[in-house]
Design a protein around this ligand. Structure first.
Ligand code: SF4
Length: 117
């Protein structure tokens, strides 16, 4: 049995989780609710994250527009998504929440603007 520790980031309680696994079964302790158990298993099998980054702006007093995904994407695709964002150059006006990249890398998640310019 392998033992791992991680902090649950689903809510601000930040429970310290302890996971014992043989590779196919998981025993989770330290969670105050069921969501912590689900988070731990997902984190071990296929970790997901919200991506925050920037894209280039031209003809603007600000050179970079902050963007983020509107949902979590597989952690393994983070660098590929950043490569896609590096190819983009926008011009104002851009409104907060505008979709910058729809369904990035077929994840079903959009990249949206984090501010208006
Ligand atoms: S286990 Fe539940 S209570 Fe604890 S941090 Fe995760 S979501 Fe919050």
């Amino acid at each position: 049995m392998d033992k791992k520790e991680m902090t649950c980031i689903v809510c601000p309680m930040g429970c310290c989780l302890e996971i014992e696994t043989d590779g196919s079964h998981y025993k989770i302790t330290g969670n105050r609710c069921k969501r912590g158990e689900e988070y731990a298993v997902r984190e071990l099998i296929s970790p997901m994250r919200v991506l925050t980054s920037t894209v280039r702006l031209k003809n603007s007093y600000i050179r970079k527009l902050p963007v983020r995904t509107n949902g979590a994407i597989p952690k393994s695709l983070m660098f590929d998504c950043i490569d896609v964002l590096k190819t983009i150059e926008l011009e104002p006006p851009v409104k907060i929440g505008d979709v910058i990249v729809k369904n990035i890398l077929n994840t079903g998640v959009n990249v949206i603007s984090s501010r208006s310019i």
